[in-house]
Each structure stands twice: as structure tokens, then as C-alpha cells.
Design a binder for this molecule. Structure first.
Ligand SMILES: Nc1ncnc2c1ncn2[C@@H]1O[C@H](COP(=O)(O)OP(=O)(O)O)[C@@H](O)[C@H]1O
Ligand SMILES: [Mg+2]
Length: 395
């Protein structure tokens, strides 16, 4: 690109008046000091953790609810207030278990907690038992209460198994001068059912549920966080973002993403106000990004199954029988020089694709011929184009 042209574009962008006065406030990484419609949950968490401030025994706590219902925001807020109030008696450590290299293994997680408690532990090399001992010694030396927040704890269970959580939740039995209180946070409502009953009863001594927000609640949240310049938000815009997010699963993150994207679209188009049409465009953009991302991040065989479904759909087969899917999948694997998986694994993959909204399956009753499963690629032509675009890098 010509130097002059670059400068011209840069000047043009810099001179454009922004519709936002504080865009960061609409970012999902920003945690506000006020959480409307979460008074009940905030007070339940505070009540449960207050004994820690007084140096008394504290129950472990389990916080659960759909994504975007304010769990991390609430716990971050309470954690910082407790630290302020308790001074040296309590230390709050928060770990997001989805973060690679920090909570991939029992070893890494213990090393990270020890690091946050002030002692560096080598990233690998020591026996796990030794890292446990370092962790115990650190706790006893400090003789404090440690509130250990394990956010997205369901990911930890997948990576490290149940035994580790059991050890953590029972840790107070081996400590004499200090205490640990585990706060597990999960987006998966069924998480505690996957735990060994002993771990479950210990982790879930107290439970706090974060219900999905309804449209009116999301409207209030958006109104507080909408960081646009005076008079920029058109009529019905906040209501529309709130209604769309409420229809999904009452997700505040989704509502804010819609509003922010609508603002960006309006701004890039040089419009002076954010209107409902910008929200429609924002929804299309976010859906597109989400779908392409879901396809792009599929493992190889997931992609091969999607390609098989597309191939059958393009041949005019709308209701796909599982047997046809499998034979097409075998052919696709051959083209891609992939070793094909067993039918059972492939049907497992179709279940995962269904959960991600990429396809639907229906059980069809065929009268005296029994029942069969029909698979459909649940997409319109536009979405099909997106999926093919996302796959094109792979083929
Ligand atoms: N009641 C609320 N008021 C203001 N912002 C909220 C509220 N609930 C959630 N949010 C915001 O929505 C986004 C998602 O919330 P988060 O706590 O990360 O959800 P979860 O951990 O349940 O997935 C964050 O930016 C958070 O600050
Ligand atoms: Mg969270």
C-alpha cells in the first residue's frame, strides 16, 4: 500500500468522532463495582465467606450457572472486598482453570498457587508430592486463611480428575495453623453430579445458583454499562440487545457484545447514532464469527463429519441416515488421508456437533420397522457458506 494512502486512512480514522465515550466499560474483561440483579447471590457468597475474615472455619462453596450470568464478576468483587476488609488474615487466590500451562496438571496448579503465595516452584521436575509439601509448608508458615477460587472448575476435573479435587477439599484435615476454603465456579449446571460423592459433599457444603437474566434485567445491566456519548443510542436498541440475549440463555456477556458490535458497525459506517439495524448486523456478525470459530476449532474428525454432512446435503439428501453418514465419512477420510474412526466414535462426534448447534438429529418412528435416527445439517444457505468458508483452509 502506498505510504500516502496509509497516512490518509490513518488520519481519517483518527479524525472520526467516536460514538463511545468509554468503550472499555462494554468489554467483558471489565468487572464493574455494581452488579444489578445479583444482590441475592452476592449476599449468599458474603455470608458464606464471612467466617474467614473472623478467622473461623469456613465451608467450601460451589457457585454455578449458565455462562454470562455474572459468576466471575460477583466472585471477583467479593474477593477484593474481603481482601480489603480482612487485611493480612486472609489471602484470596483466583485461578481460571481454563488457562493452559497454569491448571493443566495437578503439579502446575499447585506450583501456580505456591507462586502466588510467594514461592517460585520450577515449572517441571519435582515429584508432585514434593510440590504438595511446599504448598502445605507455605500455608502453615503464613497461618492464614486461603480462599482459593477455582473458576471453570469443570475444566479442572476433565484435566486432572476427581482425586485431585478430593485432596484439595480435604486439605484442612492435615493443616493445623491455617485453613483453606475452596470456591469452585462452574458454567456446567450438572458438574457436581460428575463428582465422586465424597468430593461432592465436601465441595458443595454451600451452593449458590446464578439464574439466567431475563430481558428486563439485561436492559438494566446494559443501561448501566452502555458507555456511549450522549444521545447516540437510538430508540429500542438496548431493548433489542437485551431481548436477543435473553432468548438465548440470559447471558450478559452476549448482550454487551451485541451492543458493542452494533456501536462499532454504526461507527465504521460513519453513522451518528446506533439503530436497531446495527443490532441486526451485529447479531449476524457475532453468529458468523461464532460459527466459523466452532468449525475451525473442530478436531480433524469433527471436520470430516461436517464435510460428509455437507456433501450429502449438496446431493439433495436432507434427512441423513446414520449408515449413509458413516459411509460418506469413510470416503472423506480416504480423500484426506485420515485413518477413519469406528461408527460409535463418529456417532459420538455427531452428538458433540449437535451440542454446538451445528446439526440436529431426530429420532423418527417408522412404525413396525422400529425407530431410526435422522441427521440434518441445521443450516440455511448463508450459514452453509460460512461453514464451507471456514473449512476451506482445511481442505
Ligand atoms: N449484574 C451485572 N451487572 C453488570 N455487568 C454484569 C452483570 N452480570 C454480568 N455482567 C458482566 O457480564 C460479563 C460476563 O459476566 P461473568 O461474570 O464473566 O459471567 P460468568 O462468569 O457467569 O460466565 C462480564 O463483563 C460481567 O462484568
Ligand atoms: Mg466466568
Amino acid at each position: 500500500m502506498r505510504q500516502l494512502l496509509i497516512s490518509e486512512i490513518l488520519e481519517e480514522c483518527l479524525s472520526k468522532a467516536s460514538l463511545f465515550h468509554d468503550k472499555e466499560a462494554l468489554s467483558s474483561r471489565f468487572y464493574p463495582n455494581e452488579l444489578p440483579h445479583r444482590e441475592e447471590q452476592l449476599s449468599a457468597i458474603i455470608r458464606s465467606l464471612t467466617p474467614a475474615i473472623k478467622g473461623e472455619g469456613t465451608n467450601n462453596l460451589f457457585i454455578y450457572g449458565q455462562p454470562g450470568t455474572g459468576k466471575t464478576a460477583a466472585m471477583t468483587l467479593v474477593g477484593s472486598k474481603i481482601m480489603e476488609r480482612a487485611g493480612d488474615n486472609v489471602v484470596v487466590i483466583s485461578i481460571n482453570c481454563r488457562m493452559g500451562k497454569v491448571a493443566d496438571t495437578e503439579y502446575r496448579l499447585l506450583a501456580e498457587i505456591s507462586r502466588q503465595l510467594g514461592r517460585e516452584v520450577p515449572a517441571t521436575g519435582l515429584p508432585t508430592q514434593e510440590v504438595y509439601s511446599i504448598f502445605f509448608r507455605l500455608l502453615e508458615e503464613k497461618s492464614k486463611t486461603l480462599i482459593l477460587i477455582l473458576d471453570e472448575i469443570d475444566v479442572l476435573l476433565d484435566k486432572c480428575g476427581d482425586g485431585f479435587l478430593y485432596n484439595l477439599t480435604r486439605i484442612n484435615e492435615t493443616l493445623s495453623d491455617s485453613r483453606v476454603c475452596i470456591v469452585g465456579i462452574s458454567n456446567n449446571l450438572l458438574f457436581s453430579d460428575y463428582l465422586d460423592p465424597r468430593t461432592k459433599s465436601s465441595l458443595c457444603e454451600e451452593k449458590v445458583l446464578f439464574q439466567p437474566y431475563d430481558a428486563a434485567q439485561l436492559r438494566d445491566i446494559l443501561s448501566e454499562r452502555a458507555a456511549f456519548c450522549e444521545g447516540v443510542i437510538g430508540q429500542g436498541v438496548i431493548e433489542k440487545c437485551a431481548a436477543l440475549a435473553a432468548q438465548e440463555h440470559g447471558d450478559a456477556r452476549r448482550a454487551m457484545n451485541l451492543l458493542r458490535a452494533a456501536g462499532e458497525i454504526a461507527e465504521n459506517a460513519g453513522h451518528q447514532a446506533v439503530m436497531e439495524i446495527h443490532v441486526d448486523a451485529a447479531k449476524r456478525k457475532l453468529d458468523f464469527d461464532c460459527l466459523s470459530n466452532a468449525v475451525k476449532t473442530q478436531p480433524k474428525h469433527g471436520k470430516a463429519v461436517i464435510m460428509s454432512l455437507i456433501s450429502l446435503k449438496e446431493k439433495g439428501v436432507d434427512k441423513i441416515q446414520t449408515g449413509d453418514l458413516y459411509s460418506t465419512y469413510q470416503r472423506v477420510c480416504k480423500q484426506l488421508s485420515l485413518e477413519h474412526l469406528t461408527p460409535r466414535r463418529v456417532y459420538g462426534i455427531t452428538g458433540e456437533l449437535e451440542m454446538q448447534g451445528l446439526m440436529t438429529t431426530k429420532v423418527v418412528n417408522k412404525g413396525r420397522y422400529g425407530r431410526t435416527r435422522h441427521i440434518e445439517l441445521s443450516v440455511n444457505d448463508e450459514t452453509l457458506g460460512t461453514i464451507k468458508g471456514a473449512l476451506s483452509e482445511y481442505c
